[in-house]
Write a protein that binds this ligand. Structure first.
Ligand SMILES: Nc1ncnc2c1ncn2[C@@H]1O[C@H](COP(=O)(O)OP(=O)(O)OP(=O)(O)O)[C@@H](O)[C@H]1O
Length: 493
């Protein structure tokens, strides 16, 4: 058997009273793609932060190519050839591509700046990654997310990366860019680089990974070769029980219209959208990143200016309402970008959950009743937390997403606008969210859901419409669509 490239033994890490890692062993081989899977809060990011020097372990040892490995920070980890690429990319937008790729290297490696040589080196790295179209001289601020990600990977490559960690790397990518990323990962593997790949999409893992390890509650509970273990078995290992239903359906009936859009136009997108959403209806909007789906929800909610057209919510007709007015009209939204627009990360879970409830009686509710309501909501959404007084920023990414959704349900909105509601959420918890969406429809609420994950739209929605360059097809029952027809409509084919 090949000697491991990197070995982690008995790694522990606690944040105050929260034990994030409880003695993890992990072995990574040279030139393999190793998937790390597990429920939200299982400890995946923490384990990889320890590996890449961003967090110091409380206990345990690591060795790299047979020698002790104890990084004191991300820079010393990089010097040993271990780098991590986060979901929120860490590039400096004001620098050029070359400036970013060589960041921190000029001084240590070259001693002095050799511009032409540096430029060549960066161009070679980009070509090696299969992206010669990215110019070393381009300002990073001008690049799309997928290209920025390539810049970060190139940065790791020039410092002779041996182990590269990708944390949910496709979360901001179009399907096409995701396919290019998979090709790039395979190239890196061919060059002997070990890639650790964190993802909640088992399809992705099957497409790129050789082996996988499942984390549960801060421990490695299983693993093996991809392809030799069924998806259901992997999910079982993740959640610790059998028979997780992927798309639970709650029976619901469709009633009268509650939201109507007529020729709605934003500054650029959307471009003349009309639709009718009825009580008890779950209407999905498919489309590629950039097609105007997010802009559509933002325009309806009053977050983006509306140039023309009409939005009717119950008795309120017009287009220029503020989000506060929309909330008062019974509209709620969970934005795709929960960090900047959704949650107040420094505030407690309980405060975040109760912030947007404009219920005059809330002030008089006994504290105990409110506490019970909060606890009940957190349970319904399967949030893993220590106590409701804990800051939301301390939760894992997927658990933050669940809090953002739970808040909307606490707000008791009648019209729910959901933009990528299960982004970053694990397979088991996705089912919890689908169940809550179904329950909302059963209570007569109307749901407009934007998603880039087609199986989810097919599994959850009653009706489906596809957005392409700011325009929306007529919504049709989901049974009348096929994935191929959706993709054709989304790409304007
Ligand atoms: N800075 C922090 N302060 C306090 N607790 C933290 C901090 N970072 C992580 N945790 C806790 O450590 C545990 C593991 O979190 P981690 O982010 O590693 O999970 P994850 O498996 O990456 O989850 P996700 O799939 O949601 O990204 C969670 O209980 C989380 O709340």
């Amino acid at each position: 058997m090949t000697a491991p490239r990197l070995r982690m033994t008995g790694v522990r890490k606690s944040y105050g009273p929260t034990a994030a890692l409880r003695g993890v062993d992990l072995e990574l081989r040279p030139g393999e793609v190793h998937a790390l899977v597990g429920e939200n809060g299982a400890g995946k990011s923490t384990l990889m932060k320890v590996l890449s020097g961003a967090e110091e372990p409380g206990a345990g040892t690591m060795d790299l190519d047979g020698a002790a490995y104890r990084p004191t920070g991300p820079q010393t980890a990089r010097e040993r050839g271990v780098a991590m690429i986060y979901q929120e990319l860490a590039v400096c937008p004001d620098l050029t591509v070359a400036g970013n790729v060589l960041l921190g290297l000029e001084a240590t490696r070259f001693g002095f700046l050799r511009k032409a040589v540096d430029r060549e080196r960066v161009a070679a790295a980009l070509a090696q990654l299969g992206h010669p179209e990215i110019s070393p001289d381009a300002p990073v601020s001008a690049l799309a997310p997928a290209a920025r990600q390539v810049v970060e990977i190139a940065r790791a490559l020039v410092s002779d990366v041996k182990v590269l960690v990708l944390d949910e790397p496709t979360s901001a990518l179009t399907q096409e860019d995701a396919a290019r990323l998979f090709a790039l990962v395979k190239r890196l593997k061919g060059q002997g680089v070990t890639v650790v790949y964190i993802s909640h999409f088992l399809e992705e893992i099957e497409a790129v990974a050789d082996r996988f390890t499942v984390l549960r509650d801060g421990q490695a509970v299983g693993g093996g070769r991809v392809g030799e273990v069924s998806r259901d078995r992997i999910v079982e290992l993740m959640v610790g029980r059998t028979g997780t239903e992927h798309y639970p359906r709650v029976p619901h009936a469709i009633g009268t219209p509650v939201l109507e859009l007529a020729d709605l136009r934003g500054e650029e997108l959307p471009d003349g959208v009309g639709l009718v959403l009825r009580r008890g209806e779950i209407l999905g909007i498919a489309g590629i990143v950039g097609s105007g789906r997010t802009e559509l929800l933002r325009a309806v909610y009053g977050l983006d200016p509306v140039r023309a057209g009409r939005v009717t919510v119950g008795a309120h007709s017009g287009a220029r309402f503020t989000p506060a007015e929309r909330i008062a009209q019974g509209v709620g939204m969970v934005s795709e970008d929960r960090k900047t627009e959704g949650l107040a990360l420094d505030l407690s879970i309980a405060d975040n959950l109760t912030l947007s409830r404009l219920d005059a009686t809330a002030g008089f509710l006994a504290r105990a009743r409110l506490r019970t309501a909060v606890g009940d909501l957190l349970r319904r959404f399967g949030v893993r937390y220590r106590d409701a007084g804990q800051a939301v920023g301390e939760l894992s990414g997927g658990n933050q997403q669940k809090v953002a959704l739970a808040r909307l349900f606490h707000q008791r909105a009648d019209v729910l606008l959901l933009d990528e509601p299960t982004k970053g959420v694990d397979v088991g918890s996705k089912a919890d969210i689908y169940r809550q969406i179904g329950a909302a429809a059963a209570e007569g609420k109307a749901v407009l859901v934007v998603s880039s994950y087609l199986p989810e739209l097919f599994g959850v929605c009653d009706t489906l419409a596809v957005m392409c360059r700011g325009k929306l097809t007529a919504p049709r029952p989901v049974t009348e669509w096929t994935p191929e027809a959706v993709i054709a409509a989304a790409t304007g084919a």
